[in-house]
Write a protein that binds this ligand. Sequence first.
Ligand SMILES: Cc1cc2nc3c(=O)[nH]c(=O)nc-3n(C[C@H](O)[C@H](O)[C@H](O)COP(=O)(O)OP(=O)(O)OC[C@H]3O[C@@H](n4cnc5c(N)ncnc54)[C@H](O)[C@@H]3O)c2cc1C
Ligand code: FES
Length: 335
Amino acid sequence: MPTIEIPAAKTSYNCPPDDTILRAGLRAGLGMAYECNVGSCGNCRFELIEGQVESLYPDAPGLQERDKARNRHLGCQSRALTDCKIKVPLREDYKARIIPRQTHGELIAVEELTHDIREFRFRLETPNPFLPGQYGLIGVPGVHGARAYSQCNVTSTGEEWHFQIKKMPNGKASGALFDQMKIGAHVSLDGPFGNAFLREDSPRDILCIAGGSGLSPMISIARAVSQSPGLRQRKLVFVYGCRSRRDLAGESLLRELPGFGTTIFYHAVLSHATEEDAWTGWSGFAHEAARDIVGGKVADYEIYFAGPPPMTEAVMRMAIENKAPVTQLHYDRFY
Ligand SMILES: Cc1cc2nc3c(=O)[nH]c(=O)nc-3n(C[C@H](O)[C@H](O)[C@H](O)COP(=O)(O)OP(=O)(O)OC[C@H]3O[C@@H](n4cnc5c(N)ncnc54)[C@H](O)[C@@H]3O)c2cc1C
Ligand code: FES
């Protein structure tokens, strides 16, 4: 099995043939930087000093030509073919809180949430818990490359992982999940991953902003807050941005939580409401509505957000303009 050496950190780890340089490093307890795990963000780049690697996704958007010219590779998409020496920054805050594990999941239930969002529930062959707000990688049979999906449930044992997934136009994995997966079908699962997890030790109220498919991790966070003795007295403001009335989701799930209407508040924001929608609630963009809903006091909140990159970047700009320190921002861009 290839050994990966990081000379600057005086450390090394094994990388099995079916693993990647990044994920094997995280499994070995190293704080390797990453975000998406699917080749899009570029945060997992490393420089290959010695040895040979193979890319699982040679056209991945996270790697530019100039990176390739400098012998840089994406850790999340690189398999080691020989022993390697690499240069990569290690950071304490990237160490996995729960060591990710590769396993399989059996589809045990599917529930329709909107015309294009469904909840898929899997039972794990080897249970592994996750923190609210984290994500797993689903390998869908017949689809090249695993996709990242955030869990919406809360679990201490990790026997089941539930995901709220939006069907993307021409999407290979989401399309296969919606159209081909039947109860009893199996997928490969890996995780948990991600650093946008619930901070149990924060003294602040909580602002969750979800855009479209970003619903899932925000629901997990809201559910965990409602169960947490340390957090359930806090105010949780949940803002869900979508296009029109038929996309509305999340409110019925939050209504089930103790504290709904007293500490937990749901606000939907429609960006493209039509006359037929007869919508009298918040309109426009979720980041602007969220700012106005909390009366501009964004910096008083621990802020969690998830959704497509333009939405997450708009939330980030809004939060920084409103003086929220970056340490209070926890997000995943859904590439
Ligand atoms: C951290 C994170 C969390 C996410 N959570 C959710 C969620 O909870 N719910 C939800 O609906 N969506 C979520 N997404 C988006 C989801 O991962 C998919 O991008 C989306 O479902 C579209 O996938 P698709 O296969 O249907 O579309 P496609 O257009 O077929 O695939 C697009 C995605 O697949 C990746 N990809 C394409 N080819 C390869 C390959 N060969 N190897 C590896 N990757 C490849 C792309 O980089 C891109 O991310 C999340 C994304 C990220 C990064
Ligand atoms: S973590 Fe590898 S490209 Fe995003």
